[in-house]
Design a protein around this ligand. Structure first.
Ligand code: PLP
Length: 430
């Protein structure tokens, strides 16, 4: 579906290189001159004008797709009064980006990955793309499988065998979803490698991860919803991160709100939380390093195996890219944290006791970061704070739906399997 536009109407969206400032036409993933820089959205509409809708397309003016569709996907922000009282805070808002109808949150796969998948597939469809490939450790795969089913958009999702159980949907998956399972000991990094091999061997567009502006602008809607609800920016934004893309997104959304003229700065301080003993962003930032610290990959694998929030295990977050995590932390006076499994369990319990809804380990980690930030005096008790509950597990989805597993479409053992295989080529073309 393409939209014709008279030459006098500027495009809804152009992309700008965060290093050289050059304009690039969407849906590009990189500036031709600066491969190590993220592109950033520059929308025709500079004013903050939420539409009168309940879902994510309330912020359609600042999302890449031209169309809006009715969807249960969207950000919810509420006053976390009980948690605030317990922690002695004056103003704590909770962005609840999971599935909890009792809070008005209906995200169909239970995490804020739903904010990324739908705008991405709509945007690519408008650009004339008809199939994509991506790698996932679980929650991304679910969100894209849901959006792919909804839009009948062919989507190859590569997951390590260990993540297969995490790929389910509250609706029967359509055959637009093609799940490629990496058998054996492969982890998320090997899935990324296999997705890259599939993309180049069969000319399938790569979704792009952190480089994809539709993903980042989708995630940024939690901050936009805070601004819409409270008419101001928070002083602090607290989120658990693996890639850190959500942190970059919150920074970009805040900058866009300030540039709109309707909101005052300063930019919210980012507080990004990881799960010890695997915390590469926290380790690099705490060491004052310009790039991620070198690590021995078998030791990394051992530490990844220990963490309670495996979704946060990204070995190569976009830390040093221009426009990436390090710059986001620097620009916002940000802080990073590492929470242990035990601390995360305690935080999950605390949230459930006070707020009445169970949350996932990632959101538990975010709450640990908030507690640590308060303890160190990096967050003041009177400051307005936005705590992002990025997901809440599948308990409530199981209560309300019978969840459908996605059956593997193909099993491979490594990226090597897809190179130069004629039979597979025909299968991918069909
Ligand atoms: C993906 C994910 C995260 C981490 O998000 P990034 O911003 O991409 O690092 C946190 N919580 C949940 C529930 C997730 O699914």
């Amino acid at each position: 579906m393409t939209t014709t536009r008279s030459s006098s109407t500027p495009a809804k969206l152009v992309l700008r290189c965060s290093r050289c400032g050059d304009r690039v036409a969407p849906p590009a993933l990189a500036c031709p001159r600066c491969p190590d820089a993220l592109l950033r959205s520059d929308y025709r509409e500079s004013r903050f004008r939420p539409l009168d809708r309940q879902d994510i397309f309330r912020f359609s003016e600042w999302l890449p797709p031209e169309v809006v569709i009715d969807t249960p996907v969207g950000p919810v922000v509420y006053d976390g009064e009980r948690l605030a009282r317990h922690l002695g805070l004056r103003h704590l808002a909770v962005a609840f980006s999971g599935y909890a109808p009792e809070l008005g949150a209906h995200n169909p796969t239970g995490t804020f990955k739903d904010f990324e998948a739908l705008p991405t597939l709509l945007h690519l469809r408008e650009a004339g793309v008809d199939a994509i490939v991506l790698a996932s450790a679980g929650s991304t795969g679910r969100a894209f499988a849901y959006a792919a089913t909804l839009l009948a958009f062919r989507t190859y999702i590569v997951v390590p065998e260990t993540a297969l159980e995490a790929v389910w949907l509250p609706i029967p998956p359509s055959d637009a979803v093609r799940l490629v399972v990496l058998d054996g000991s492969g982890d998320y990094s090997s899935a990324i490698e296999a997705a890259g091999a599939i993309s180049s061997a069969f000319s399938i567009v790569s979704e792009g991860g952190a480089r994809n502006v539709a993903r980042r602008d989708g995630m940024g809607t939690a901050l936009l919803e805070y601004a819409r609800t409270f008419g101001a920016l928070p002083a602090h934004y607290v989120q658990a991160v693996g890639s850190g893309t959500g942190g970059i997104a919150a920074w970009e959304a805040s900058a866009r709100l300030i540039a709109s003229g309707s909101f005052q700065g300063p930019l919210p301080h980012l507080h990004l939380v990881q799960n010890a003993p695997f915390a590469p962003i926290h380790d690099a930032w705490s060491a004052g390093a310009e790039t991620l610290l070198p690590a021995d990959s078998s030791d990394e694998a051992r530490r990844i195996a220990e963490i309670r929030a495996p979704v946060l295990a990204n070995r190569r977050p976009p830390y040093a890219l221009a426009g990436g995590v390090r710059e986001a932390l620097r620009a916002t006076g940000g802080r990073t944290y590492a929470a242990t499994n035990e601390e995360i369990v305690a935080a999950q319990r605390l949230f459930e006791d006070l707020e009445g809804v169970s949350i996932g380990p990632e959101a538990g980690a975010a709450l640990c970061g908030l507690e640590q930030g308060l303890g160190r005096g990096w967050i003041h008790r009177d400051d307005p704070i936005l705590l992002h509950v990025t997901g809440n597990g599948d308990a409530l989805l199981r209560r309300d739906f019978s969840l459908c597993r996605v059956d593997p479409w193909l099993r491979i053992t490594s990226a090597e399997d897809v190179r130069g295989d004629r039979r597979l080529e025909r299968r991918f073309a069909a």
